[in-house]
Design a protein around this ligand. Structure first.
Ligand SMILES: Cc1cc2nc3c(=O)[nH]c(=O)nc-3n(C[C@H](O)[C@H](O)[C@H](O)COP(=O)(O)OP(=O)(O)OC[C@H]3O[C@@H](n4cnc5c(N)ncnc54)[C@H](O)[C@@H]3O)c2cc1C
Length: 903
């Protein structure tokens, strides 16, 4: 192993050198790819310096790792042999500059709010705070209560506030009544006191601010580290809120954002191989992070406080550098208490545990609070519920009901002031973090890919509340029935604010329940969010590896042209293109459109779901490692709750853009086509195209694939192939896929700790049958059949009748996925009716759609995946499985499990 520290970078700054060295270490241990490393050098050192220094930087590799050296050299040669024109052309294409004259408005048509917002993140606090003055709340009844009293008082504000909160809490518990289960038990709501509530409160400029990582308000402060621990490039913004104190109360508070070296990695999207890989790694979320931090700084200034930015530095790995920086700060400020909000990504939790335990050993009191999710994902348990239907939101909510754990808690008023230390520690300016750095051309000019994103959003907490208000006054009334509409602002558009902690889920849930219209579907969305984090804690490889083993071997396309066309919104399918352009220009698209573009990428282009995940990570302003990964796994057919539907790239418009106005907005070159043909311009007569000024290949791209049915058939056949190849992962009885269970779930299911002789042995794999598309089960029997002849064909064609709309709206009250299941079942019914008519058979008994949701002995495809645990080696049922089954037959869960199992 060579010594990275020995590398020479004569003309760069020490910080740059450290960043490059750090990244090279990552390459050497295989956590970073050479391409990502090179791009980082270009970003950090600049073109000139990279050109002159790169070869000497990598020179030590020429003896220590010849292969890597030659890969890096060829990347260098290729990059610097490109002409400026190539790059410019790419930049233009990628920025979709042909649309620059268009007025791009915000995703949900709210008037744009120029200016800034802010977020922030961490707070350092010193002891002896005047608790009444600021609003931190610690309602936990813990032994250290006295010590944390400063927090409790400062956050929850007055006693009256607290009482009001209690009342609110009981109202909340009633409201969260789970309608679909006819039980008065609070849905997904724990009962007793809040598990935290840090410096909440504060009425800043007359605004009630709510809890969030980057806000002053009602909630836990601190951070949510979003790090993408992926091999190509690890990026993160990390913020921590620290409270430093020396007594029973705090006398000062310092808000701190701690960022690590890799956060400044900056990939030029022009850089590599002439192929647009990404806007930049995590470009959009980092941009949001910077703008939101700047707003948060302003909010703190208004109440006489500051936000300090620090870069983690010091020797050692990333834990080491965070720890070193914190220790230095603690020494400087004399702090005795450090508090931070919990991060749930397993690898970040691990790091924080290490840091906190080291600080603890040195006598620093450390406290971690929960804020990002409604439930701490590490505390969710399947006990009493079992594993049947795992992955579905219904199953997850059942688990939360059965094992309520700590209370979700109530939002608190934001602080009106924060006690200041006598001397503020020295930080670095926000722009030094380099979060929203724009790439430069070789001539030094900046390519501002974020112009439209900045116009589209207000990045401040005020912006979050304005959107919430707007939604509660308008969109919320259409949410149940029409949240799929892309042409209307029917969803909340709050995801980036939630992601960056500018709005807490607790507050959102609270407000949604207080609204006159309380759509259960909307409330369940927050459970989806928590579900994603629960899955990530169970399967830390969720963002990279297919959960269903056979699907790792799926044959995927490697067609870069298709990928680029999809990314740039140039597939020739107007609905897909409109959504991808909206994503590029605003950093957002609604949930329905995310399903449409994901289905297109996977089922019709056969590109791996990881490509979609990566692109979303780079371009979504709400890019979230857990949610994104869970959804792409589900879309990629390998998640726990894989989609039982495929969105058709044309017909889905019947639901989401029936009049073509969404396409007209984002693909203006098609604006003059009539409503009925705008989603399929290739069907227009030549004269109509002429009149509308559409020339395929010039003004609008040709379709990159034309044989949709064939493409789908291929996709199905590929799935059948791997399921055949890896039969050990297919349950013979039900035809369902089998997923290896993480030990934590096995223990819960077997009740290992209490159960005689039940030992989950190291290395033994337990397999669980999971929800599996019916069309896959059928295809297994006839692997070469085409998609059209598969009676369970999952392609959704859009909703077409009012009656169906109403039924779907009703089912949406239960779950979005339930509605698409319904549609699938109806389609199946139609097919069967036609078949029977043609064959002269008597009509089938009715009510098949719903019946499919429950297992019947007659229809093997309806068999509900049970939680029969099998030892892989023996293939035999584990005797303890009977106990598991017993648990699962628990009456309280039966109805829910049936629905869960079907979706
Ligand atoms: C392929 C794919 C990738 C996705 N990637 C992300 C992502 O990176 N980050 C992200 O926040 N959401 C992601 N989603 C989920 C969802 O599309 C967005 O949360 C939603 O579109 C945000 O818009 P909204 O705030 O108007 O949502 P609303 O419908 O108003 O919902 C309110 C909030 O609930 C949460 N929520 C809604 N739907 C989901 C869901 N399916 N899973 C988890 N939480 C949900 C979000 O925090 C959202 O802000 C993805 C969905 C798909 C299909």
């Amino acid at each position: 192993m060579i010594s990275v520290a020995a590398l020479q970078m004569p003309h760069s700054s020490a910080g740059d050198q450290a960043a490059v060295r750090q990244m090279l270490r990552e390459v050497l241990v295989g956590r970073e790819d050479p391409e990502g490393f090179f791009a980082m050098c270009v970003s950090i050192l600049g073109h000139q310096e990279t050109r002159s220094q790169f070869l000497s930087i990598i020179k030590p590799l020429s003896t220590a790792n010849i292969r890597l050296h030659s890969v890096l050299s060829s990347i260098y040669q290729e990059y610097f042999s490109k002409t400026e024109d190539d790059e410019l052309e790419l930049a233009l294409a990628l920025s979709l500059l042909e649309m620059k004259d268009q007025q791009i408005s915000t995703p949900n048509q709210l008037p744009p709010h120029p200016g800034v917002g802010g977020n922030a993140s961490c707070v350092l606090r010193n002891s002896n705070a005047k608790s009444q003055e600021n609003g931190c709340t610690q309602q936990e009844d813990v032994p250290g209560r006295e010590k944390s009293a400063f927090v409790a008082q400062s956050m929850s504000g007055s006693k009256e506030n607290f009482q009001e909160n209690q009342t609110y809490k009981s109202t909340y518990a009633e409201v969260v009544d789970n309608k679909s289960h006819g039980t008065s038990q609070p849905l997904y709501v724990p009962d007793s006191s809040t598990s935290f509530s840090m410096p909440n409160t504060a009425s800043v400029s007359g605004q009630v601010m709510k809890e969030g990582d980057l806000n002053l308000s009602k909630k836990p402060r601190c951070s949510k580290n979003r790090r993408q621990r992926r091999k190509a490039a690890a990026q993160q913004i990390r913020h921590h809120l620290f409270y430093f104190g020396s007594g029973e109360t705090l006398d000062s508070v310092i808000t701190l954002l701690l960022s690590d070296v890799l956060s400044w990695v900056h990939l030029s999207f022009l850089s590599l191989f002439g192929v647009l890989r990404r806007r930049r790694v995590q470009g959009s979320p980092l941009l949001w992070g910077e703008l939101a931090l700047s707003c948060f700084c302003a909010s703190l200034e208004r109440i006489g406080s500051h936000l300090i930015f620090l870069k983690a530095s010091g020797e050692g790995n990333e834990d080491g550098s965070s720890l070193h920086t914190l220790k230095t700060l603690i020494k400087e400020t004399g702090a005795q208490t450090v508090m931070a909000n919990a991060l749930y990504e397993p690898w970040l939790k691990e790091r924080d545990d290490v840091v906190f335990s080291a600080l603890h050993k040195e006598g620093v009191e450390c406290k971690m609070f929960h804020s990002y999710c409604l439930r701490d994902p590490f505390s969710v348990s399947t006990e009493g519920v079992g594993l049947r239907g795992i992955g579905s939101v219904s199953h997850f909510m059942n688990c939360c009901r059965q094992n309520p754990g700590a209370s979700i808690g109530v939002p608190l008023d934001p602080p009106v002031s924060l006690p200041s230390p006598t001397c503020w520690p020295q930080g670095v300016p926000l722009d030094m973090l380099g979060l929203a750095r724009m790439p430069r051309r070789k001539d030094g000019t900046i390519i501002d890919w974020a112009e439209n994103i900045r116009k589209s959003w207000d990045f401040s907490e005020d912006g979050a509340h304005a959107r919430l208000e707007a939604f509660l006054h308008d969109g919320v009334y259409r949410y149940e029935k029409e949240s799929g509409r892309a042409d209307a602002p029917n969803t909340s558009c709050l995801s980036p604010y939630l992601h960056f902690g500018q709005l807490s889920p607790r507050w959102l849930l609270w407000d949604a329940k207080g609204a006159r219209c309380r759509p259960p579907k909307f409330q369940r969305k927050l459970a989806w969010r928590d579900l994603a984090y629960w899955q990530l804690t169970l399967f830390p490889d969720l963002p990279w590896e297919s959960l269903r083993p056979p699907y790792k071997a799926l044959r995927w396309s490697t067609d870069c042209r298709h990928l680029k066309a999809w990314q740039k919104g140039k597939t020739g399918y107007p609905l897909v293109d409109a959504a991808m352009r909206q994503l590029w220009l605003t950093g957002w698209m609604n949930n329905y459109m995310r399903h449409v573009v994901a289905s297109f990428l996977i089922a019709y282009l056969h590109l791996p779901w990881q490509e979609g995940y990566r692109w979303f990570q780079d371009t979504l302003v709400d890019a979230d490692v857990a949610i994104d990964a869970m959804m792409w796994q589900n879309g990629g057919m390998c998640g726990l709750d894989h989609w039982n539907f495929v969105m058709h790239p044309v017909d889905a418009a019947m639901t989401c853009d029936p009049y073509g106005s969404y396409v007209r907005k984002w693909c203006p070159e098609l604006a003059d086509l009539p409503d009925e043909l705008i989603h399929k311009p290739w069907k227009c007569p030549a004269s109509m195209l002429r009149r509308a000024g559409v020339v395929f290949g010039q003004t609008y791209p040709e379709r990159i694939v034309t044989n949709l049915e064939e493409q789908r058939s291929k996709s199905l056949q590929d799935v059948a192939l791997v399921r055949k190849q890896f039969q050990q992962y297919v349950d013979k009885r039900s035809g369902c896929d089998l997923v290896p269970l993480p030990k934590r779930l096995v223990s819960e299911a077997l009740g290992v700790s209490h159960w005689d002789g039940a030992v989950v042995t190291e290395g033994k794999q337990f397999l669980l049958p999971v929800i599996t598309r019916m069309e896959f089960k059928h295809q297994l029997e006839d692997p070469d059949a085409d998609a059209a002849s598969n009676p369970y064909n999952a392609v959704l064609k859009g909703y077409v009748s009012r009656k169906r709309d109403e039924t779907i709206a009703f089912l949406n009250e239960t779950d979005f996925t339930a509605s698409v299941m319904y549609e699938g079942a109806r389609r199946q019914e139609r097919l069967e009716r036609d078949y029977r008519r043609m064959e002269g058979l008597p009509p089938a008994p009715s009510n098949r759609g719903r019946a499919r949701r429950t297992p019947t002995a007659k229809d093997k495809f309806s068999v509900v995946p049970g939680a029969s645990l099998r030892g892989e080696s023996s293939g035999e049922r584990v005797s303890k499985g009977q106990t598991v089954e017993k648990l699962e037959e628990n009456e309280r869960n039966k109805a829910q499990a049936a629905i869960s199992a079907a979706i």
